[in-house]
Ligand binder design. Sequence first.
Ligand code: ADP
Length: 168
Amino acid sequence: MNAQRPLVAVYPGSFDPVTRGHEDIARRCLRLADQVVVAVAHTATQKKATLFDVDDRVTMIGEVFADEPRIICTSFQGLLVDFCRSRGAQLVIRGLRAVSDFEYEFQMAQMNQELSDDLETVFLTPDVNYSFISASLVREVARLGGDVSAFVSPPVLRRLRTAFQETP
Ligand code: ADP
C-alpha cells in the first residue's frame, strides 16, 4: 500500500432507498478505506423499477451520512470499473447478507476482475440486526402502510412517507 495515496473504496448499488443495512456497510468500510464513495448506478444491474429517481437517492444518502465527511455520494453511468478508475478507487465494496446474495455477487466480482485487474472486490457482512433488510422489502412494507422506521434513517423515512402519501 502506498502511504501517500488515500485508499478509496466505491460502494455501488441502486440504494432505492438507502437502508440501515447499506448504512452499516458504508460505515464499516471506513475501517478499511480513507474515503468511501457511495455510488448510485443510473442503470440497475438487475432490471428493477425504481421508486426514487437517482438524484433523490443521492440526496438521501448525503443526508444520512451528513455527519461523516469520509463518506461521499454520487451517481454513475456505464461500467463500474470505469467509474472506479475515474475516482482513483482501489476497492469495490459489496454487502453480503445471506447465501442468496452470493451467486450474483460472486459472478459480478469475477467479471469486474476480468475487466480491471487493479480493483479488488471486498465483501462485508452487516450487523446481524440488519441482515434481513432489503430496499425492495422496505419499499413494499412502506407502500402497504407498515412501519419501516427501524430499517431506514429519518430523512429516508420522511421521503418514503411523502412518496406513498402522494401515490395511493
Ligand atoms: P443492487 O441494486 O446492486 O443489488 P442494492 O442497492 O440493493 O444493490 O445494494 C447494494 C449492495 O448493498 C449490494 O452488495 C447488496 O448486497 C448490499 N446490501 C443491501 N442491503 C444490505 C443489508 N441489509 N446488509 C448488507 N448489505 C446489503
